[in-house]
Ligand binder design. Structure first.
Ligand code: ATR
Length: 285
């Protein structure tokens, strides 16, 4: 961890911690934000070994670090580690952002608002009174439920391979919205305006077992994963007539923008950063 102590001490220090972390786009995103907003900061990527997370955060704090993003697999551990949490982080049970504030470690979860801003601001989707299918019942799904409910959809159905997990997740948010848990097979005969893929299936080149004919006429499909090429779910959406098909690059930049805002008090504009990353991804393809 000696790299932590090699800080350029003239600049405020930020980092993303995770494992693996080598391909993280966060350093690039935050340097584009810093350039755009005229903020002076340095943002690095730190790989943390299993079992070493608490120590790594302590080292970063001791070296004068100002803030961290947290990614797989440490989001839940980070939730337990912080001393204070935003309301949305409290609900999510996982955090992706830490702000060091004197002796306080403040935790937030900006994933959900990153998704909702990408859907509603960047892509002009109206979620009010719409039917949403959320696929997956892990941390990624949990983090976006409360921010989606703020937009007052008619209902959110959570589908998962392990049905009990979907039902438990729906139950745990049932005080703030109309949610239900389902198997994939039981979706047969239902229709959705928006399907969000929060499973790890795309990472494995796989597709959740969706029934045919579950998209409404103007449906949108959103895969939280992003890649230069369409994911299997995005391909499924194209084959089934989805009107809008989106990957998770906008969510990634959106969550970063909200973290940046928490740390610096300035909210960067995201569309130009998404466009820059998109063109860089295509060049590397
Ligand atoms: P994360 O924190 O990224 O959400 P996770 O907690 O491991 O990761 O959850 C992964 C989610 O993807 C789960 O909902 C998982 O379904 P199960 O709970 O039934 O395991 C889902 N998932 C993973 N691979 C999948 C696949 N090939 N098809 C469908 N769902 C899959």
């Amino acid at each position: 961890m000696s790299d932590i102590f090699d800080f350029d001490r003239r600049k405020d220090q930020y980092a993303v911690m995770g494992n693996p972390i080598a391909h993280s786009k966060s350093p690039r995103i935050h340097s584009l934000f810093a350039e755009q907003t005229g903020q002076s900061l340095e943002y690095t990527a730190i790989q943390v070994d299993p079992g070493g997370f608490q120590q790594a955060v302590g080292n970063f704090d001791a070296a004068g670090g100002k803030g961290l993003n947290i990614t797989v697999p440490f989001k839940q551990e980070a939730w337990h580690l912080v001393s204070d949490r935003s309301e949305r982080a409290e609900r999510a049970g996982a955090i992706n952002t830490i702000k060091f504030d004197g002796n306080t470690l403040y935790g937030d979860n900006t994933d959900g608002v990153g998704l909702v801003n990408d859907l509603c601001d960047n892509n002009q989707l109206e979620l009010k009174d719409k039917t949403i299918l959320l696929m997956g019942a892990g941390g990624a799904a949990r983090g976006v439920i409360a921010p989606l409910l703020v937009k007052q959809p008619a209902a959110i159905t959570i589908a998962n391979r392990t049905v009990d997990k979907a039902k438990e997740l729906a139950q745990s948010f049932s005080d703030i919205g109309n949610l239900s848990g389902s198997s994939y097979a039981a979706l047969n005969g239902k229709e959705f305006d928006l399907i969000i893929n929060a499973t790890a299936a795309s990472l494995q080149g796989d597709l959740p077992p969706l029934p045919e004919n579950i998209l409404t006429a103007n449906a949108c499909c959103y895969d939280m994963m992003y890649a230069a090429a369409a994911t299997p779910f995005m391909q499924w959406a194209a084959d089934h007539g989805a009107v809008k098909i989106l990957d998770g690059l906008g969510m990634l930049v959106g969550q970063a923008a909200e973290s940046f805002y928490l740390w610096r008090g300035v909210r960067p504009e995201t569309q130009s950063v998404i466009a820059t990353l998109r063109s860089e991804m295509l060049v590397k393809k």
